[in-house]
Design a protein around this ligand. Structure first.
Ligand SMILES: *[C@@H]1O[C@H](CO)[C@@H](O)[C@H](O)[C@H]1NC(C)=O
Ligand SMILES: *[C@@H]1O[C@H](CO)[C@@H](O)[C@H](O)[C@H]1NC(C)=O
Ligand SMILES: *[C@@H]1O[C@H](CO)[C@@H](O)[C@H](O)[C@H]1NC(C)=O
Length: 353
C-alpha cells in the first residue's frame, strides 16, 4: 500500500506539473458514490436521488441527483484540484464545449457486470459508460480534430470507482442469479476478468493515467449491518471486499507492465474508511453504525421524502443506508490528499537559525 501511495503521489505531482491546474481534464466513471445526475435523464431508472432530502446541504439545497446530503468525494477532490466538478454525460450535447473540459459518466446502481443493479430498470453500466466516453471522443474529434482529441485523451486523468454494486446489488442479494450461481472465488474472477477488458478498452480509447478507487468496508454500511443480530459489521463481506481489492491491485500492476506508457494507480482507502467507522469520535463524528436518515433496511435504504432526519447531519458518517454524509466525504477526501502529500519526498531541511 505504501508503494501504491508513493506511485499515486508521483502521478498527482506529474498531473499538477504537466497541466496547469485549471486545464486539468478529468473523466469520472462510477456508481452512486460519484454520480452527479446522469440517472435524472433515464426516465425509467429507479436509482434516483432528485428529491428531498438529498442535496439539503448542497448549494441552493438542490437535489441534483447526488446520493448524499451535500457534495460527493469527487466534488471535493475537484475543488481541491482547482477545477469545476465535471457535469453529467447525459446533460451534454455533441457540440457542447464542456466535453473538452471533463465529463462524469457515473450512474447510481451501476456495476462492473452488466446485470448488476438490474432491478433499477435503467442505469449506465460500466460498459455503457465506456461507450459514452467513446462517443464523447468522436464528438471531440469533430470539434478539434483527431490529433488534438487524441492528445487531450492521453493527457487527461481518469477516476474510476466501481464494484460496490456488484456486491451490494448483485452477489449479496440472494434472489439474483450471481449470488446463487457462483462461489465468491468464481465471482471475483468474473469481476476481475471483466474489469481487465474494460480498463484495456479505456486504454485503447486513449486513457493513460487512470486512478482506480478500491472498495471500502461494505460489510459496515448500514444496509449490511441490519443483517446481523447485533448490528455488527459483516466480517465475511469485508473479507470478500479485501480479496477483490487485492486482485485489482495485481491486475493494475500487470496492466502497467504490459501497456506502453500506461500509468494506472490503485488507490486503496479501505483501512482509512474502516478507521473512520470504528473510531468516529476521533474524526468529530458521533454515530457510524446507523444512517442519519434512519432508513436502515436490507432492501431500499434510500432517504425518502417521508424519512425523519437526524438532528445534526454532521454527527453521522452515513447519510442513508449506503452513502456517506457530506461531512464524512470531506474527511475522506482530505485524508486522500494528506496521504498523497505526506508520502511525497521530504522537502529540503530548513536552514537552522
Ligand atoms: C454488456 O453490455 C454491453 C453493451 O452495453 C455489451 O457490449 C457487452 O457485450 C455485454 N457484456 C456481456 C458479458 O454480456
Ligand atoms: C450504535 O452504537 C451505539 C454505541 O456506540 C449503541 O448505543 C447503539 O445502540 C448502536 N446503534 C444501533 C442501531 O445498533
Ligand atoms: C453539529 O455537529 C457538529 C459536529 O459534531 C458540531 O460542530 C456542530 O456545532 C453541531 N451543530 C449543532 C447545531 O448542534
Amino acid at each position: 500500500m505504501e508503494r501504491n501511495l508513493a506511485v499515486l503521489m508521483m502521478v498527482m505531482a506529474m498531473m499538477m506539473s504537466t497541466s496547469s491546474a485549471s486545464s486539468l481534464v478529468t473523466f469520472i466513471f462510477g456508481d452512486s458514490l460519484t454520480e452527479v445526475g446522469n440517472n435524472n435523464y433515464l426516465q425509467l431508472s429507479l436509482a434516483k436521488s432528485n428529491y428531498p432530502y438529498y442535496g439539503i446541504d448542497f448549494a441552493g439545497r438542490k437535489a441534483t441527483g447526488r446520493f448524499t446530503n451535500g457534495r460527493t468525494i469527487g466534488d471535493i477532490i475537484s475543488a481541491k484540484l482547482g477545477i469545476p466538478s465535471p457535469p453529467p454525460y447525459l446533460s451534454l450535447s455533441p457540440t457542447n464545449d464542456a466535453i473538452l473540459k471533463g465529463v462524469n459518466y457515473a450512474s447510481g446502481g451501476a456495476g462492473i457486470l452488466n446485470d448488476t443493479g438490474l432491478y433499477f430498470i435503467q442505469r449506465l453500466s460500466f460498459d455503457d459508460q465506456i461507450k459514452g466516453f467513446e462517443k464523447t471522443k468522436q464528438w471531440m474529434k469533430a470539434k478539434i480534430g483527431d490529433e488534438a482529441a487524441n492528445k487531450l485523451c492521453n493527457e487527461a486523468v481518469y477516476f474510476i470507482g466501481i464494484g460496490s454494486n456488484d456486491y451490494v446489488n448483485n452477489f449479496l442479494q440472494p434472489f439474483l442469479a450471481a449470488g446463487q450461481q457462483y462461489t465468491h472465488d468464481e465471482f471475483v474472477e468474473l469481476l476481475i476478468s471483466t474489469l481487465s477488458e474494460q480498463l484495456l478498452r479505456l486504454y485503447q480509447l486513449g486513457a493513460r493515467k487512470m486512478v482506480f478507487h478500491g472498495l471500502g468496508p461494505l460489510g459496515c454500511i448500514p444496509s449490511q449491518r441490519v443483517k446481523s443480530s447485533r448490528r455488527q459489521c459483516l466480517s465475511q463481506v469485508n473479507q470478500w471486499v479485501q480479496q477483490f481489492n487485492s486482485k485489482v491491485n495485481k491486475l493494475i500492476a500487470n496492466l502497467n507492465a504490459h501497456l506502453p506508457s500506461s500509468q494506472l494507480i490503485f488507490a486503496d482507502t479501505y483501512q482509512e474508511v474502516l478507521d473512520l467507522i470504528e473510531n468516529p469520535t476521533a474524526y468529530g463524528f458521533k454515530v457510524s453504525n446507523t444512517s442519519c436518515c434512519n432508513v436502515d433496511t436490507k432492501l431500499g435504504g434510500l432517504c425518502l421524502p417521508n424519512s425523519k432526519l437526524c438532528s445534526n447531519r454532521s454527527d453521522y458518517v452515513f447519510w442513508d443506508a449506503f452513502h456517506p454524509s457530506d461531512a464524512a466525504n470531506v474527511v475522506l477526501a482530505q485524508h486522500f490528499f494528506n496521504t498523497i502529500f505526506s508520502n511525497s519526498p521530504s522537502p529540503a531541511p530548513l536552514p537552522s537559525s
